[in-house]
Design a protein. Sequence first.
Length: 253
Amino acid sequence: MKIVYSREMEKRYPTNPVENPDRVSLPAEMLEEFEFIEPIPADLEDIARVHGPEHIGRVKASGLYDAAALAAGGAICAAEQAVGGDPAFALIRPPGHHASSNRAWGMCFFNSMAIAVQKIRPKAKRVLIIDIDLHFGDGTVSIFRGDRNVKIVNPWSVDENFEYLNMDQSRYLAQVKEAFLGFDCDIVGVSAGFDTYLEDWGGLLKREDYREIGKAIREGAEEECMGRRFALLEGGYHPDLGWCIKSFIEGFR
């Protein structure tokens, strides 16, 4: 299990105060038992596979390009590790799953998951993306709409009856497991948001639930795609974020 991380992720940039350097620096201290890999920023060619020139220009003008490019580079590094047979977790910021090709919101600027997926093709043609963030990954869905080789599952957000308030841990975990049904994949990517945590905005999952989610994804990947799997940090804003990440990795590793 590899952790993709750079101290450069700790730099401050103009964003919502909840999306602060502690989100990565504190979890990094808790994961010292793992091997760390230093990523490099995604180059413009990688970013342009997903985002249009006007959007890239807006991100540059806002002073956010360097941070977003490094996050995307971390995602690429994790995905490439997974293609090579080593599961990886990219401890990155800013998040990215609300960034579509030509617009972004929700503290996202470039869609790191989409950039990573496009980078590893055609080595991994068919990709299952499981987005466990509290919020629907609309940017990722928008980018891959119509692509039959990418399946995106947002547990809870796609509850069959939209019964958000009636969801419980067992139904959530069931949706994670069901993500593998009916789709032969070459690799699994996880948009790992932790704001569904019991003490965060979502108010649903306990720390140990993340271990079960990580385990379910590991087992699904081992059965479907020789264990090729990687995860990227998306949301999660409670001080317990590091514990939630560590619990997920204990199951995912």
